[in-house]
Design a protein around this ligand. Structure first.
Ligand SMILES: *Cc1c(COP(=O)(O)O)cnc(C)c1O
Length: 372
């Protein structure tokens, strides 16, 4: 689905030098490059604080821990997302309340969230799925009305921009009280191992996030709260610092590929191309189409027989996962999400595709519909 090897080869000299320098410095943990990268990312995102951590799941967990929520407090999140979003809510003894998503943008909306708000609701975790922003202005207005925190799970959309109705533009992950991201290798800004970060413009929240990620200490060996150990190591930071300079270029390549797919697939009546959220840019972490459920497995078999990777993100609504059985009654089902799990599929999209490889994928998709 991604070509990390070709991407590395293009920046190999810079990366190798930076990695070796970091090893030679022996500042493996909390080396100066960790702060340098965090500062560069803060500047890129135009956000006051970037707090690095060990991975995107920890980022979500620490974000929730920083809000002093109580067991039983309800946190609203989509039921169509990667498991991490809801997992950390449950892990902290909070109650995940899973929403439906818009069938065309795949994202949660204020309209879908509002009926689920109760007196126990304390936070909303919107996920900018596949690389474009949720309609954040409406979600922030709703959060303000009901006094709720908003934590944006930005693991799939780093670099996407959202435009408010007054014309102002913000980066996804910097709109809510806290934003989180993942530097997992296959993400749009990926390192060569695990990594993550949290973003906020709130000084007090930033202090809490830093403290929690560092064993709850505000001074060495003085522990104010129960925290955890979650760090971005120096080698990963050195790699990310270089890759951040290429992020906009990577997003542009992904967009070019998406446009090429769009042009070809919009002519195939059995396929629905991904809809763009009108007030967000898209960074195409995934290029996800919809197809009738009867045809999906046949098409996937056909593409796989031609060595074209295809993925289904996500095949099962979170509320149907055994792990979340306690949170839903039998037979619970949400219309759009059920449908999406049966109809979505994602094609390869990344920064390094050769025209000929994309042409091959497009041709094989077309062949399928010509013969079926
Ligand atoms: C990848 C991802 C995460 C988790 O990130 P890790 O670094 O793998 O822990 C969380 N949420 C979403 C939406 C993701 O895609």
């Amino acid at each position: 689905m991604v070509d990390l090897k070709s991407q590395y080869i293009k920046i190999k000299d810079q990366i190798d030098t930076a990695v070796i320098q970091t090893i030679e410095s022996t500042s493996f943990i909390n080396g100066p490059v960790v702060k340098e990268f965090s500062d560069s990312l803060a500047e890129y995102l135009d956000v006051k604080h970037v707090i690095p951590c060990a991975n995107g799941t920890d980022a979500l967990q620490i974000a929730l821990m920083a809000l002093s929520l109580k067991p039983g407090d309800e946190v609203i999140c989509p039921s169509f997302t990667y498991v991490a979003t809801a997992e950390v809510i449950s892990l902290l003894g909070l109650t995940p309340v899973m929403t439906d998503v818009d069938p065309d943008t795949f994202n949660i909306t204020a309209e879908l969230i509002k009926p689920l708000i109760t007196s126990n609701t304390k936070a909303i975790v919107p996920v900018h799925l596949y690389g474009q922003s949720c309609d954040m202005e409406e979600i922030m207005d709703l959060a303000k009305e009901f006094d709720l925190y908003v934590i944006e799970d930005n693991a799939q959309a780093i670099g996407a921009k959202y435009t408010f109705s007054d014309g102002s533009v913000k980066n996804t992950g910097t709109i809510g009280h806290i934003g989180t991201t993942s530097f997992f290798p296959a993400k749009n800004l990926g390192c060569y191992g695990d990594g993550g970060a949290m973003f906020t413009n709130d000084d007090e929240i930033a202090k809490n996030l830093r403290m929690i990620a560092n064993h709850g200490q505000n001074m060495r060996y003085y522990h104010k709260v129960i925290g955890c150990n979650s760090r971005l190591d120096s080698i990963q930071a050195a790699i990310l610092k270089i890759k951040l300079n290429h992020l906009d270029g990577y997003s542009a390549s992904r967009n070019k590929m998406a446009e090429e797919y769009d042009q070809n697939f919009s002519k195939i009546p059995e396929l629905s191309i991904p809809k763009r959220q009108y007030n967000s840019t898209h960074v195409f972490h995934q290029y996800t189409l919809k197809i009738k459920s009867e045809l999906r497995s046949k098409l996937i078999d056909h593409l796989e027989a031609n060595n074209i990777p295809v993925m289904i993100y996500y095949p099962v609504p979170l509320y149907k996962q055994e792990a979340f059985g306690n949170y839903v009654v039998d037979g619970f089902n949400i219309k759009n999400v059920e449908e999406l799990c049966n109809t979505v599929f994602s094609l390869p999209i990344h920064s390094e595709i050769e025209n000929s490889s994309q042409d091959f994928i497009i041709q094989k998709v077309k062949d399928f519909f010509n013969n079926n």
